[in-house]
Design a protein around this ligand. Structure first.
Ligand code: OFO
Length: 177
């Protein structure tokens, strides 16, 4: 059974994951309008992944006998000045999400809740990947500078991203993270 504190922290994280989805969908709309369809695709798939992250936490709360709470999801910024700014904001956002996830991991340890700790470790690992992905794209953009032709090359590369369910096994096995 989840403690009230962890129930609240996990419910807030569901909200944060949904906000991440909302944020990346807004960024995707900006990229689409700016003519970068591939970057829009990458961000839209990122938004879908964030929804899946949120749903999985929601499921864990229920599996543990908790009660998910639902709060307002704040509106994300919708205007950006450049693709570089978008990805710098993706990285800054992911760093803030990592801090939230680490806090839940610490809370699980404090409360001696091994199931919650085991569950949240998947997210700890995921955040390493999320930050690395954003950093890699920012590094590429830094090399490209203001060369619009090269940005279109990045656009074509990011057009190739496809959605993969982050929890294909866990969805069938409710004891897994
Ligand atoms: Fe849910 O991983 Fe990004 O925020």
């Amino acid at each position: 059974m989840l403690s009230e504190t962890l129930n609240r922290a996990l419910s807030e994280q569901v909200n944060a994951e949904y906000y991440s989805a909302y944020l990346y969908q807004a960024m995707s709309a900006y990229a689409d309008r700016a003519g970068f369809k591939g970057i829009a695709n990458w961000l839209s798939i990122q938004a879908k992944e964030e929804m899946a992250h949120g749903v999985r936490i929601y499921e864990h709360i229920l599996e543990r006998g908790g009660s998910p709470s639902f709060n307002d999801i704040k509106a994300p910024p919708s205007s950006y000045n450049s693709v570089r700014e978008v990805f710098e904001k993706v990285l800054a956002h992911e760093i803030s999400v990592t801090a939230r996830i680490n806090q839940i991991a610490s809370l699980s340890v404090q409360e001696n809740d091994h199931a919650a700790y085991n569950f949240i470790l998947w997210y700890v690992k995921e955040q390493v990947e999320e930050e690395k992905n954003a950093k890699d794209i920012i590094a590429k953009i830094a090399i490209m500078g203001d060369n619009t032709g090269l940005i279109y090359h990045l656009d074509m590369e990011l057009a190739g991203r496809t959605f993969t369910d982050p929890f294909p096994v866990e969805a069938a096995d409710t004891t897994a993270g």
